[in-house]
Design a protein around this ligand. Structure first.
Ligand code: NI
Length: 167
């Protein structure tokens, strides 16, 4: 396994739209293992392939406290959503920034598991938020896109300052 470099907002590669995965082969299985290691090491609760500059429809999530319930979503699609919730979100591609984002309260997501079997999951709360956040990445969006222009400008300048300090 290997740690993968995570793209940082406002990197334009975060805007690429991910392609569906046709074959779940050894390359995909290795990518899943590497993405999981990268997510756990960061640490984060979710990572989309887009964030490691691989533009395929693949997401890993683990919201468990023990960090031992890895979920893998291949070609995920939100089929149904209902209600609204607002919670503070962060992102490994937008380090140190946490902002409130409005999301659907409950979603049903269809996806393939690592065996290529079609799955359907209906969930709410944090997992629902995380799934929506990661599917956004696959479509070329970061959570910052949901915020006002003023907030986006502030975040860009804050991140640019961070980059200068750590460079
Ligand atoms: Ni993110």
């Amino acid at each position: 396994m290997a740690l993968l470099p995570i793209l940082r907002f406002p990197d334009v590669r975060l805007k690429k739209v991910a392609a569906p995965i046709k074959n779940i082969d050894d390359g995909i299985r290795k990518l899943v293992a590497d993405m999981a290691e990268t997510m756990y090491e960061a640490p984060g609760i979710g990572l989309a392939a887009t964030q490691v500059d691989v533009h395929k429809q693949l997401v890993v999530i683990d919201i468990s406290e023990e960090r031992n319930e890895l979920r893998v979503f291949i070609n995920p699609r939100i089929e149904q959503s209902e209600g609204l919730q607002e919670g503070e979100e962060g992102c490994l591609s937008v380090p140190g920034i946490y902002e409130k984002v409005e999301r659907a309260e409950r979603v049903t997501v269809r996806y393939l598991d690592l065996d290529g079997t079609q799955q359907s999951l209906t969930t709410d709360g944090l997992l629902a938020v995380c799934i929506q956040h990661e599917i956004d990445h696959l479509q070329g969006h970061v959570f910052v896109d949901h915020l006002s222009q003023l907030k986006q400008t502030r975040i860009r300048s804050k991140l640019a300052k961070q980059a200068r300090v750590t460079a």
